[in-house]
Design a protein around this ligand. Sequence first.
Ligand SMILES: Nc1ncnc2c1ncn2[C@@H]1O[C@H](COP(=O)(O)OP(=O)(O)OP(=O)(O)O)[C@@H](O)[C@H]1O
Ligand SMILES: [Mg+2]
Length: 403
Amino acid sequence: MTSFMVTPRLLKILLVEDSLAEARLLQEILKGATSYHFKFAHQTRLTAALGALEQEPFDLILLDLTLPDSAGLASLEPLLKTVPQIPIVVLTHHHDERLALEAVRRGAQDYLVKRDITLDILLRAINYAIERKQAALSLLRLNADLKENVSHLTEDIQAQAAELDKVKALNQMKTEFVSMLSHDFRNPLNTILLSAGLLEESGDRLTPEQQVNYFQMIRKAIKDMDQLLSEVLVLGRSESGKLQASLGPLNLVEFCWELINSLQSAQNEERQIRLVTQGNVDVGLWDTNLLRHILANLLSNALKYSDPPSPVLLELIGEPERVIFQITDQGRGIPPEALPELFNPFFRADNVGAVGGTGLGLAIAQRCAEIHGGRVTVHSRVNQGTTFTVTLPVWDDNTGLSE
Ligand SMILES: Nc1ncnc2c1ncn2[C@@H]1O[C@H](COP(=O)(O)OP(=O)(O)OP(=O)(O)O)[C@@H](O)[C@H]1O
Ligand SMILES: [Mg+2]
């Protein structure tokens, strides 16, 4: 027959009991245990017990509910707060069993009626209390893990939903883009078709002026289509990352004058665009192509959406790390509800009236400003005027600007 030597488990018990006799009795009873080897610390007051708990670890607390410095359930809370991980068995007299039950409800693991205590009962209570506490603690841990997992899961789901929304919005935009584009091409194509048809079928019945008129309409329609095509191409290149800044030295003021002159002659615009500079703008490296897209679109809008003789102003403001370009007109303005969508491709406000346009200019200007590391913002009041502000950082070398 094989015999086992089972080493008794060491259990450190904090006995909080004001009666020395009761405390001794408990220790005596527990001496009879074979499965445990008990080590006791005895305190007669709650404050002393709390102090002891801060000094060393214990496996269990045996707590008398009538202490000189704390009566009844009041002892429980400070103990649970200080050592939430240590099981507590409450000791009580037979006449206040209800109190003991309440203690268990509030977080003690078990209770013992002093008069009934035997070794078996005491050991059972101690074992149960330890088991229950461990079960409660692991439940708490599980719960915390579960909460954390749920919150991770929620975050993941939210992120995926946001991603899905983005894809949906992108698809929607692509569909809109294609339908707008076909619409914008169909208009000039119809003009060409109609005018060419008229010239072909009834050319001999038309006066020379009428004929010239139809030819001019055809030419204008082709020019419009060409412009639309080049705008779409620029936007496409900017979206696909093909449009990249290539920086070089540039005299900004001279560049702006040339741009103003070419705009005025192209648009038969007799209005003067005033150019004002503030601070030092003879700084940095610039991409003339991107700058031209930005400023030409904003200046031509300012001219288009305001009437002579109101002035259009281009201000260049040099600041230490950036240059600000401000284009101001005193035209029809932009309705506030249109502002959030203003930079979307093909968007046009309701108050454009008969002024032609495709709604691509601002989208292009914004993308080009972004590629240059800056952005375009707008401030506008209906019937009073509009200011577009382009803020571009001053680059002094070509690094850090590739997308
Ligand atoms: N200076 C301005 N004053 C008033 N409204 C403006 C001004 N600039 C832009 N807008 C509004 O913003 C809309 C979008 O401008 P955007 O330049 O993108 O397109 P567009 O001028 O209509 O056409 P295009 O593609 O030919 O430039 C315009 O249709 C107009 O409603
Ligand atoms: Mg425009």
